[in-house]
Design a protein around this ligand. Structure first.
Ligand SMILES: *Cc1c(COP(=O)(O)O)cnc(C)c1O
Length: 528
């Protein structure tokens, strides 16, 4: 309703009431004014009702919602099921045009506005998280791995001679596969132990050597990662950025869930200021608690982000953009920074609690001070039962993962390793129940191993990912001195949840010690 309507209302309802109603309406409209002029997160989150009203108004700007609109194109935003239409607030045209996924869609002014606003809000959120150097970004309807592929493909257009991606090893399949999917060759740079800790970190000199070996012109980019499972720590983005600048090679950062951690954002900020960073990619779901489906590619400047948008063939789903838009409006700056602060405090608290529980169980939390999200406990001693007939059995440690899975704990991983030159290997937590275990595994002679042979080949655990063999896959390194269990204290996790995890961990450890899951004894003790 506009001011003329309110005047007319005064003839129907007590003018005092109408005046109050108009004031209420005006304060809503002030929120919109400041959103459109400042293009930043509102200081305080909007109530859902206000967001809903805005969504409905914006949807009415799209042609499919015009009164009396007649569509004679093959794509007119038609939706047959009303439940689906409502799920999308009637915003059914998607985003982009055939030539550019960030371009305005002529049939959808409302949707196009949301795309633009979301970009500004996301950029503000990235800066508030600590990367002030971020100057531009795009919210893409593809998750982190695929967005990394798009970044590589766009770089490839700008640097056609680049064939290699020099990649600091991280045992996460999607980011590695992103390289192959772009038709590029990975050069894996192994990590190094960090003295005085149990951590492993970037081999900066190894990265430089790898680039120099094939020649900088042939290197498409150096790829580093911030957020990662312990005992790996965030790559030394700041140092690698300096190397990238010296060698004149692009530098792309996988910041999958790094926005939630000031350690990671600080590294990127420093990298942007002191050296070369071409783009950094972060997941929308891991950082902003929306359903999986989107990623934000951001950069301290340059043309790369525009190149990526222009590379995208065709229109795309609006859902990931819309989810982020609504969430950022609802959080506001205070909600977002509050979440970050809460996670930081929770992680500190969790590490202390985990240490207490581990100590009580005669176990040790590994010393990985630079990883502020993921924590691990050395569980090797569980595989070495005391007593004369106690036989070392590290493989059985994967059962601990299954026991936690059975107790409805999702997310922890049991990683099996041993020191260099002896058996080494990994298996995801709850291997018994996880499909992961069935995935491809290398053998010297045959491609397909039976489930029994899946993890153990020639006394070593090895995994093929996209044609490359990794020793001790899961540990981020060919050899690590102990077997461990990881758990993360990520954004959105509550203390109640983490406390339950610790309780269930204790009881899983107890069962394990009593022989649960072993063929010979204690089979019936497996807790359900
Ligand atoms: C989650 C994650 C990915 C993959 O993300 P998708 O959104 O599933 O593509 C890649 N790298 C790291 C480090 C991750 O944590």
């Amino acid at each position: 309703m506009n001011s003329q309507h309110f005047e007319l209302l005064k003839g129907l309802v007590n003018p005092n009431y109408v005046q109050q109603a108009e004031q209420a309406r005006n304060s809503r409209s002030k929120l919109i004014t400041s959103l459109l002029t400042q293009r930043r997160l509102p200081d305080n989150g909007w109530p859902e009702a206000d967001i809903q009203m805005l969504m409905e108004e914006l949807a009415s700007f799209d042609t499919n919602n015009f009164q009396g609109n007649v569509g004679v194109g093959e794509r007119e935003g038609r939706v047959i099921c009303d439940l689906v239409r409502r799920r999308h607030f009637g915003l059914t045209h998607g985003i982009g045009r055939s030539g550019d996924v960030m371009a305005e869609q002529p049939k959808a002014a409302g949707s196009s506005l949301i795309v633009q606003l979301t970009k500004y809000l996301a950029l503000d959120a990235i800066r508030l998280a600590g990367i002030k150097a971020a100057k531009t970004c795009a919210v893409l309807p593809a998750a982190t791995g695929l967005t990394m592929t798009l970044v590589f493909l766009a770089l490839k257009q700008m640097r056609p001679q680049g064939r290699y991606v020099v990649w600091s090893r991280i045992d996460q399949k999607s980011c590695f596969k992103a390289i192959g999917a772009a038709g590029l060759k990975p050069i894996v740079v192994e990590l190094k132990p960090i003295e005085g800790t149990d951590a492993i970190g970037t081999d900066v000199e190894g990265i430089r050597a790898a680039v120099e070996k094939v020649g900088a012109e042939e290197v498409l980019c150096i790829c580093t990662t911030t957020s990662t499972f312990a005992p790996r720590v965030p790559d030394y983005i700041d140092e690698v950025a300096v190397v990238a600048q010296k060698l004149n090679v692009p530098h792309v950062i996988n910041n999958a869930y790094g926005l939630q951690c000031s350690k990671c954002t600080h590294l990127i900020e420093t990298g942007c200021r002191r050296g070369r960073v071409d783009a950094f990619v972060q997941s929308t779901d891991k950082n902003f608690l929306v359903p999986v489906g989107g990623a934000i590619v951001a950069a301290p400047g340059g043309q790369l982000v525009d190149k990526i948008s222009a590379l995208y063939p065709g229109r795309a789903s609006m859902s990931p953009v819309l989810d982020l838009f609504i969430t950022l409006l609802n959080l506001g700056a205070s909600g977002w920074t509050g979440l970050l602060q809460e996670r930081k405090e929770n992680a500190k608290w969790f590490e202390e609690r985990l240490t207490t529980v581990a100590t009580k169980q005669g176990l040790r939390v590994l010393k990985v001070p630079a990883n502020k999200i993921s924590f691990c406990i050395d569980i090797s001693s569980l595989g070495r039962p005391a007593g004369a007939e106690g036989q070392e059995d590290m493989d059985h440690l994967t059962f601990l993962g299954s026991a936690l899975f059975t107790r409805r704990v999702s997310g922890p991983r049991v990683v099996l390793c041993s020191p260099a030159a002896s058996a080494a290997g990994t298996s995801p937590a709850g291997a018994a129940g996880y499909p992961e275990k069935q995935t491809e595994t290398a053998t010297a002679s045959e491609e397909t191993a039976s489930t029994e042979e899946v993890v153990k080949i020639k006394g070593k655990y090895r995994k093929m990912v996209d044609g490359t063999a990794f020793e001790c896959y899961g540990a981020h390194t060919d050899a690590y001195p102990c077997c461990y269990l990881t758990a993360a204290c990520a954004l959105g996790a509550t203390r109640l949840e983490m406390e339950s995890f610790l309780e269930r961990l204790e009881s899983a450890l107890q069962d394990y010690r009593q022989g649960a899951g072993r063929k010979d004894k204690g089979k019936d003790k497996v807790a359900k």
